[in-house]
Ligand binder design. Structure first.
Ligand SMILES: [Fe+2]
Length: 340
C-alpha cells in the first residue's frame, strides 16, 4: 500500500486515513503496516475508528456531509467565554481549571485477594494536556510526590478532537518524568490512533481491547483496557477479556457506557472519565451535565452496578473552554481494601 509521507502533504492525516480505508475497501485484511494494530483492536473496530477519525478531520476542513456539516455545540461554546468575561468570572474559572487537587479514597472490595489489600492506583483521566501552555508542568508537579503502585490513565490525552497531536506528545514528557510507577493507558474520544505508538515509546502500556496480568503470584490481578466506547464505539470487552482467568479484574474504559458488559463479564473495578464531572456546574452539585450514555449517578465519583465498583473521574484537564466551576480538577488515588 502506498501510505503518504505524513510530513509531505498539506493535511497528512486525512490522506493517511483515506489511504488505509481505500485499501480496506479492496482487501479483507489490513495493509502490512497496520496488521499488528488490526490484531490488537480488531478489524471492524479499526475500520470504524478510522472512518470516524476521517469524518472528524473532514468536518473541520469544511468538507463534512449531512449532520457533520453543522457544529451547534461548538458554536454555543464560543458564547461561554463572552459571557464569563462580561461577568468577570473568566479569570476565576481559569484559576480553578489549573488547580488540580489530589483525591485519596479507599475502594472497598469484598472479593479482593488479601495480598492486594493496600494496593494504590493513581487514576488520571481527561488530561487534555495541551489545553493550556502551563498545565502539563503544573500537573507533573502535583503527581511527582505521590507514592503509588500503578498509574492508570483513562483516556483523552489531547485537548481537541481534531487537529495536530504533536503538542500533546510534547506535553506528556514532563508528566512521564514525574511518574515513577508503571503506567497503563487507554485512548479516549479526543485521541487519534496515531498517538498510540508514541505513547508506548514513552513507556505507557497502552491497552487497545487488550488485557494483561499485572504483578506476580497472590499480589496480581488482570487489567484490561478498551478503546473509546463513546464516540468511536471501538470497544471490545470480549476481546480484551480473553485471558482474564478467574482472578481479580480491573477494567479501564474512557466512558462508563459499557458498564453492564463489564459487570456481566465479572469485572470487580471499572475506572473511567469522559464526563469531566460536568466541568461547569451549579453549586453543591445541584446539576451536572452528563455527556455519556450512562445513568446520571455515574457522571462523577463512585458508583456500583451489582458486584462491579466503578469510579468516574472529574478529570484533570478541561475541554471546550478552559474553565471550571464547582467541579474541581482531580487526580485520584484509589487504595484497594478488602472487607473483613
Ligand atoms: Fe475529556
Amino acid at each position: 500500500m502506498n501510505i503518504p509521507d505524513l510530513h509531505q502533504v498539506s493535511d497528512p492525516y486525512v490522506a493517511y486515513e483515506r489511504a488505509v480505508l481505500d485499501y480496506y475497501h479492496h482487501f479483507p485484511r489490513a495493509p502490512s503496516e497496520l496488521s499488528s494494530l488490526e490484531i490488537r483492536i480488531g478489524r471492524d473496530a479499526l475500520i470504524t475508528r478510522l472512518q470516524k477519525q476521517l469524518a472528524y478531520r473532514e468536518y473541520w476542513r469544511g468538507k463534512g456531509r449531512g449532520l457533520l456539516r453543522f457544529g451547534p455545540t461548538v458554536e454555543r461554546l464560543k458564547l461561554i467565554p463572552l459571557v464569563l468575561k462580561a461577568t468577570f468570572l473568566w479569570n476565576r474559572g481559569m484559576r480553578n481549571a489549573l488547580d488540580v487537587r489530589v483525591v485519596e479514597r479507599e475502594l472497598c472490595l469484598p472479593e479482593l485477594p488479601a495480598a492486594l489489600d493496600g494496593f494504590r492506583i493513581l487514576h488520571l483521566s481527561d488530561l487534555h494536556l495541551d489545553f493550556h501552555p502551563d498545565f502539563a508542568v503544573r500537573l507533573a508537579a502535583v503527581v511527582a510526590p505521590l507514592q503509588v503502585d500503578a498509574c492508570m490513565i483513562t483516556g483523552d490525552f489531547r485537548h481537541m478532537t481534531y487537529g495536530p497531536h504533536e503538542p500533546v506528545l510534547a506535553a506528556m514528557e514532563p508528566l512521564m518524568q514525574a511518574l515513577s510507577a508503571p503506567v497503563y493507558g487507554i485512548l479516549g474520544n479526543h485521541d487519534p490512533l496515531e498517538i498510540l505508538q508514541p505513547l508506548e515509546e514513552m513507556g505507557i502500556t497502552m491497552l487497545m481491547n487488550e488485557g494483561l496480568h499485572v504483578g506476580e503470584g497472590a499480589r496480581s490481578f488482570f487489567l484490561a483496557g478498551v478503546d473509546d466506547p463513546h464516540y468511536y464505539r471501538a470497544h471490545d470487552l470480549g476481546k480484551a477479556s480473553a485471558d482474564a482467568g478467574d482472578g481479580f479484574r480491573i477494567l479501564l474504559s474512557h466512558s462508563t457506557e459499557p458498564f453492564r458488559e463489564a459487570r456481566d463479564l465479572g469485572y470487580h473495578v471499572m475506572l473511567s472519565g469522559h464526563t469531566h464531572g460536568g466541568q461547569i456546574c451549579l453549586p453543591a452539585g445541584l446539576f451536572r451535565l452528563n455527556n455519556a450514555r450512562s445513568p446520571r449517578h455515574m457522571v462523577q465519583g463512585h458508583w456500583s452496578a451489582g458486584s462491579l465498583q466503578g469510579y468516574t473521574s472529574s478529570g484533570a484537564g478541561c475541554v471546550g473552554v478552559p474553565v471550571r466551576f464547582n467541579c474541581p480538577a482531580e487526580v485520584v488515588i484509589h487504595t484497594l481494601r478488602g472487607i473483613a
